[in-house]
Design a protein around this ligand. Structure first.
Ligand code: ZN
Ligand code: ZN
Ligand code: ZN
Length: 310
């Protein structure tokens, strides 16, 4: 009797220890810090219906597409892209884990203005940062190193560029791995990559910019099936959305992507979050027919401040 009481006590104590450790070791998570295309929302020069109602109310403004990994255990965080909204986004990120996680590194996708120009905030004029790790592909690295004002960030060691290779994994710590992979896009100044973020046994795909799914070597349906979350190019809803020829700025329309994935079961569709919305994209407006359509068909629309738990 005494023996069994003692072992019951022991069992109870180890159970409590297990509960306590589960409560205190929080897994890394993803935060969405912006969902708009490079120009933000509303967009410079736009007085049309898409932006007119949004200009007067700052609460309706949307930041440029950006996500981050936050690791509460190591108190580190990593940004994916340095956008023109860098100040507000890093401020929000700093508060994500009760102000404990600091910015460890920045992964860049490509040299279009919405994706790297936020780096300027790290320089002498503003933060005067010290050796922030900036992960970039080889052409992107050369572009930063050989052109002002970015070259000054390198020479003053505000940033330390770490060169990435296509499909080569990087281990950030024992819980988190990141793999860049090239995607077809308008590569005037740099390559363009998407990222696979692996946390524990789960993975997330981030592709804010790609020309068309058909031009990519991978099959999107298989990519959805092989991963747990996807944040992918939703720049335009459909053809004819902007006055310029849309072939000059190719992107997969949301309508095309939904069609391409239409045969997948609901559980697969739910993994897909659209992001990187042009100011003309009606999904930016809650309650629009297109916003409802996306969700009724089982897909998701990424939201600023959204947290994705692994
Ligand atoms: Zn972009
Ligand atoms: Zn507009
Ligand atoms: Zn781009």
């Amino acid at each position: 009797m005494i023996h069994s009481l003692a072992s019951a006590n022991k069992y109870l104590i180890s159970l409590l220890a297990l509960i306590a450790s589960a409560a205190f070791s929080q897994k890394p998570f993803i935060m969405v810090l912006g969902v708009a295309q490079d120009g933000g929302y509303p967009q410079a020069g736009c007085q049309k219906e898409c932006c007119r109602a949004v200009w007067p109310d700052k609460n309706l403004h949307g930041s440029v597409s950006c996500i981050a990994i936050v690791d509460p255990e190591s108190q580190e965080s990593w940004l994916f892209d340095a956008t023109p909204d860098f100040a507000g986004q890093t401020h929000r990120l700093a508060q994500a884990d009760d102000g404990k996680a600091s910015l460890t590194g920045i992964f860049l996708t490509h040299a279009h203005i919405g994706h790297y120009t936020g780096l300027m905030q790290l320089g002498r004029e503003v933060m005067g940062a010290g050796k922030v790790h900036v992960y970039a592909m080889p052409r992107m690295k050369d572009f930063l190193g050989n052109n002002g004002p970015w070259s000054q960030l390198v020479s003053l060691q505000n940033i330390e560029i770490r060169t990435l290779s296509d499909k080569k994994e990087i281990e950030l710590n024992e819980r988190i791995r990141v793999m860049p992979f090239r995607v077809p896009h308008r590569d005037e100044f740099s390559e363009t990559v998407g990222y696979k973020i692996m946390i524990g046994s789960k993975s997330l795909i981030f592709i804010p910019d790609i020309d068309k799914w058909q031009k990519w070597e991978q099959n999107l349906v298989e990519v959805v099936e092989a991963n747990d979350f996807l944040l992918i190019d939703g720049t335009f809803y459909q053809d004819g959305e902007i006055a310029r020829p849309m072939s000059e700025v190719p992107h997969p329309y949301i309508s095309e992507t939904m069609e391409l994935l239409s045969t997948l079961p609901l559980a697969e569709k739910k993994k897909v979050h659209f992001i990187h919305f042009n100011h003309t994209n009606p999904v930016l407006r809650p309650g629009s027919a297109e916003n409802l359509e996306v969700r009724e068909r089982g897909f998701r629309i990424a939201e600023e401040g959204q947290k994705i738990d692994f």
